[in-house]
Design a protein around this ligand. Structure first.
Ligand code: PLP
Length: 450
């Protein structure tokens, strides 16, 4: 670390309070400062080059210097840098993008609502569902079920729906009415002798039992990512989605598919819902919608979800919800151009093809004594790091993952350790050679480690 008092590192420690960081450790170790990007690579302020194996935060689909997005933002900045959609106002990019998203939806959808982040979108969805239940004369139907280790954001409602301890502990969360059911991670949660399908049945039975215990008329929705991301890249066990949807269908419970990571190609199809034959009532979208060049999010809903909400606003006189930056014209213009690039360059097919290479490569590491499981689908994957045999007591949870992640960095690879899970989620533009670059950095790091 550059310790000169006026270095970027020292000033970062002095003034910058970081997200998802141990603040006291940060004061000692300082930041890794990124300076510029080029395709799937980023360079730090000392000129070191890294392959960005996480697409930033699971989000930069088109790489780190896409001129077309810069041009789209510039054009919109010059024409109309800001407008909103309050009180019947609108603008071209919002209209075009809403129409585009509806046309892309994996099931018939009716309306798009724009927000600024994944958290805000999920928070808004919960509010809308409360509003809808009141509209339907079912004020008791307000609870939402999410999953242990699910990730839905950090605002009060979305952090409550998130099922990770660090998002609840000392924040006095979750709020009442948010419940968490079984995490569908077969490797971790499956019982001795239980097949993947049997485990999926058990997950569905747990959900059913929770609904019965709470009272089916009190549950508005179930929220889930098609593939869990931040909770550890959890790929659903075979038959999970089919069985889960059957339970929800029995009780008239809406399904919110949180496509914030899976959406726009990540799993090798345009949406995770298509990969797993999920029929959502509401879909959350963010991250890859603009390749994160602009903070942006949205959710779309079926007519059945929308109509009672619209009716209630008609009765009250106005829908009392919206954000100054919601439907931002620059974000919408960037999203439109980004989606055009994804389609024109067939990046979804690239995610499927390069994804197959990534998955095959990761699975080869399961023979390594430190690798417990390799998993993933398309261009999202993970290695589960385990202690060498007989030495589990020596390593606190997350310690090995953090150490291996540091080793990756030395080998020019950016991953993210979610406890002892090392995640991989490279940009959708990645080439076969660059997949090999990731895999060889992992190989070298594991070798240097054992
Ligand atoms: N939902 C999912 C599935 C996510 O992965 C994330 C962020 O990682 C969020 C919601 C929250 O998004 P944001 O960080 O933009 O609030």
């Amino acid at each position: 670390m550059d310790l000169r008092p006026n270095s970027d590192e020292a000033r970062d420690i002095a003034y910058h309070f970081h997200s998802y960081t141990n603040a006291r450790v940060h004061e000692q170790v300082g930041p890794l400062i990124m300076d510029r990007g080029d395709g799937v690579h980023v360079f730090d302020n000392h000129g070191n080059k890294y392959i960005e194996g996480m697409s930033g935060l699971w989000s930069v689909a088109v790489g780190f210097n896409e001129q077309r997005l810069i041009d789209a933002a510039t054009r919109q900045m010059q024409k109309l840098p800001y407008y909103h959609n309050f009180a019947h106002r609108s603008h071209g990019p919002a209209i075009d993008l809403a129409e585009k998203l509806i046309s892309m939806a994996p099931v018939p959808m009716s309306k798009v609502f724009f927000t600024n982040s994944g958290s805000e979108a999920n928070d808004t969805i919960l509010k809308m569902l409360w509003y809808r239940s009141n509209s339907l004369g079912k004020p008791e139907k307000k609870k939402v079920i999410s999953r242990i280790r699910g990730y839905h954001g950090v605002t009060i409602a979305s952090a409550s729906m998130t099922g990770l301890p660090c998002n609840h502990k000392s924040f006095d969360l979750p709020i009442d009415g948010v419940l968490h059911t079984t995490c569908p991670h077969y490797w971790r949660e499956g019982r001795d002798g239980e097949s993947e399908e049997q485990f999926a049945t058990r997950c569905a039975e747990d959900l059913d039992a929770m609904i019965q215990a709470e009272g089916p008329d009190t549950i508005a929705a179930f929220i889930a990512e098609p593939v869990m991301g931040a909770g550890g890249v959890v790929v659903p066990p075979k038959t999970y989605w089919e069985k889960t949807q059957a339970v929800l269908g029995k009780y008239d419970i809406l399904l919110i598919a949180d496509e914030v990571i899976c959406g726009f190609g990540r799993t090798g199809k345009m949406f995770g819902c298509e990969t797993y034959n999920i029929k959502p009532d509401i879909m959350t979208m963010s991250k890859q919608i603009t390749s994160s060049y602009f903070p942006f999010s949205a959710f779309m809903m079926t007519e059945e979800v929308y109509a009672p909400i619209a009716d209630e606003s008609g009765r009250i006189g106005v829908l009392g919800h919206g954000y100054t930056g919601g439907a931002h014209p620059v974000g919408a213009a960037v999203a439109l151009e980004n989606l055009k690039i994804i389609e024109e360059r067939d990046l979804v097919a690239n995610a499927a093809e390069r994804g197959a290479e990534l998955q095959a490569g990761l699975r080869k590491f399961v023979d390594h004594p430190l690798v417990g499981e390799a998993r993933g689908v398309g261009l999202i994957g993970a290695l589960e790091i385990v202690a060498p045999e007989g030495r589990a007591d020596e390593f606190a949870p997350g310690k090995l993952g953090a150490a291996l992640n540091a080793q990756f960095l030395k080998n020019g690879l950016i991953s993210r350790n979610l406890g002892d899970t090392l995640a991989f989620c490279p940009p959708l533009i990645i080439t076969a050679e660059q997949i090999s670059e990731i895999l060889s950095a992992v190989d070298r790091s594991l070798d240097g480690f054992s």
